[in-house]
Design a protein around this ligand. Structure first.
Ligand code: ADP
Ligand code: MG
Length: 573
């Protein structure tokens, strides 16, 4: 560890020299308030900015010993500090000065969800913020004095104003971790209450637009109110008794006319696997963590997935073998086969709640009406629709929430029917059952023959190579794409990924799994469970090649989704 002075001296000495002289800065420095780690120095002013970490002893920063000790609190407080740090950077940093990204300081910013992330890490003894800095240059010459200003004036001020306890808005901070804790509390309570999701009265579900996760203004939204039949109350640690709609385990339909708010409710439920920041409107919309959104995704690749519960006897060219749907492989799935694969893959790693929306489902996967059965003979139809499996799934402990307005075929099977009526929620289970008696469906098949059990698959290491000419290349583009070596993984249909930082970490995880856990013996499920255990015990850094501040934690379902979409994936025969 160097003295801070040493850094100052170096910066003065290399002032005006070629940019590569910055490489000398790598190392750690003792500042009065913190330790500065310069982990990576960029090669030129236009390259990805340099990575630094600032570690503050909690005692020194005035943090009470009993605050933010439990892991859930540390995650919530880390999220809070990341946002504060982002604000402080905006106030304090002068920003661009020189060529490229010269002078720019940044810290990866969270969205509406509070995720475990690496931008600010809170440990019982210290707090660490991970930033990037564009080391300043004029052309390609070191601007040592400007750099000194960043390290010796701006950085200490940012740390003081965003990490020191006394400079924080205490009420806001407390609200942040209490909200997080209460959402976790509800999620833990759900199974014992026989519920899969809870939507608190007063929640604001709609978002500002299809591309903006901010809530719409309260006065423009109909806030959520549970129908009396489905209302439950939960006693929370800080907010007291909270009432809202409890969606029971089993089969639930969300019905209603077009544009009445069905998909908006389903989307809120689907995002309820995450905890949200106060003010989001969905802070108390909480869903069990093993809920997976399922949709059709034609064009995706599928590798050796047993979809035989849904798809059988696919057509094939004369003289060619029939495709084996108990180990179905394709480079170009259809709507129905992709939706079947999405379900089977989710069940393989432990999904307990499937969320489906008619807007993004393949109709022929969902239903097959009488007339169509008449015209297209059973032997000519490879699809066993979801309708015929949904009860078996329920009996195996897998619930479904299905948003649909176009077919009443599911009424007979539903345990709960919710209607969205001009954004108001009503319970209409009894009405739906009455309609079933008045208009029975002839020849209605409730359970298809054959059993239903997701098969586990064993991935092989040779399909998981992220290198291009011996160099590891993992790149993410926004929230929808990972470049893994030469392969491109399209995640645009994986709807429960919410942050690019998660995508980065998925890429990193895939590399880690390939190197450490994929051995041709362990199943995908075992691999992902071991990975989760590692994260639980040692945090995200355990899995990463370098210490970075721009990772956030995805669930195992999203990691599996990326692996399953990797076109080079190989599964043991
Ligand atoms: P559906 O799936 O029933 O066709 P959507 O859920 O897509 O309907 O909602 C249609 C529109 O209504 C969307 O623009 C959505 O933002 C808006 N909306 C949904 N719920 C509410 C609400 N509670 N208050 C105000 N607007 C809403
Ligand atoms: Mg809809």
């Amino acid at each position: 560890m160097h003295k801070a002075e040493t850094l100052h001296n170096t910066l003065c000495r290399i002032d005006g020299r070629g940019y590569k002289a910055y490489k000398e800065l790598k190392g750690s420095y003792a500042f009065p308030d913190f330790t500065l780690y310069i982990d990576h120095v960029q090669g030129d002013p236009f390259a990805a900015p340099s990575r630094i970490r600032v570690r503050v002893e909690r005692k020194k920063a005035g943090w009470p010993e009993n605050l933010a000790v439990r892991k859930e609190h540390r995650i919530a407080v880390g999220d809070f500090l990341a946002r504060e740090c982002g604000q402080a950077i905006k106030r304090i940093a002068k920003g661009k000065r020189g060529s490229g990204a010269s002078g720019q300081i940044s810290l990866d910013q969270p969205g509406q969800e509070v995720l475990e992330r690496t931008s600010v890490i809170v440990e019982p003894a210290w707090i660490e913020a991970r930033l990037t800095i564009g080391l300043p240059a004029a052309g390609r010459q070191v601007l040592g004095r400007e750099a000194a200003e960043i390290f010796f004036r701006e950085l200490p001020a940012i740390v003081k104003e965003s990490i020191f306890f006394s400079s924080l808005d205490q009420q806001k901070l407390t609200g942040h971790w209490q909200t997080y804790e209460e959402a976790e509390f509800i999620r833990e309570k759900l199974p014992a209450m026989g519920l899969v999701s809870f939507i608190a009265n007063g929640s604001v579900l709609p978002r500002r637009s299809g591309v903006d996760e901010w809530p719409i203004r309260r006065e423009e939204a109909v806030s959520f109110l549970s129908p009396p039949e489905l209302e439950v109350a939960i006693d929370l640690p800080y907010s007291g008794r909270m009432t809202g709609m409890g969606i029971p385990q089993g089969i639930t339909l969300i019905v209603g006319g077009g544009y009445h708010g069905k998909s908006t409710l389903l989307r809120a439920i689907e995002r309820g696997i995450y905890n949200h920041i106060p003010g989001d409107g969905r802070e108390y919309v909480v869903t069990i963590g093993s809920a997976v959104k399922i949709r059709a995704e034609d064009g995706r690749a599928v590798t050796k997935v047993d979809i035989s519960a849904f798809i059988n006897n696919l057509p094939h060219l004369p003289g060619r073998p029939a495709p084996d749907t108990s180990g179905f492989t394709t480079v170009n799935a259809s709507g129905s086969t992709s939706q079947a694969a999405n379900i089977c893959e989710a069940l393989e790693i432990g999904a307990e709640l499937l969320l489906l929306d008619e807007d993004t489902s393949a109709t022929n996967f969902m239903i097959r009406d009488e007339r169509m059965q008449e015209l297209v003979a059973k032997e000519k139809e490879p699809i066993t629709p979801y309708l015929e499996r949904i009860v078996q799934l329920k009996e195996a402990g897998i619930s479904t929430i299905l948003a649909l307005g176009g077919s009443g075929a599911y009424f007979d099977l539903a345990d709960t029917v919710i209607m969205m009526d001009s954004y108001h929620c009503r319970a209409v289970t009894e009405e739906a059952k009455r309609i079933c008696r008045v208009h029975p469906i002839r020849g209605h098949k409730v359970a298809a023959s054959g059993s239903f059990s997701p098969k586990s698959r064993i991935p092989l290491p040779q399909g998981l190579d992220p290198s291009i000419r011996e160099k590891v290349k993992i790149k993410t583009r926004g929230i929808n794409e990972i470049g893994f070596g030469l392969a491109e993984i399209d995640l645009s249909a994986v709807e429960q990924i919410v942050d690019e930082a998660q995508v980065r970490f998925i890429g990193e995880t895939m590399y880690f799994l390939a190197k450490n856990l994929v051995d041709g013996r362990r199943s995908l499920r075992e691999i992902l469970l071991s990975w989760e255990e590692l994260l639980e015990s040692g945090g995200l850094d355990q899995v990463a090649r370098t210490l970075r501040g721009d990772f956030a934690r995805p669930r195992r379902f999203e990691v599996a989704a990326a692996l399953n979409r990797l076109r080079t994936l190989k599964i043991r025969p």
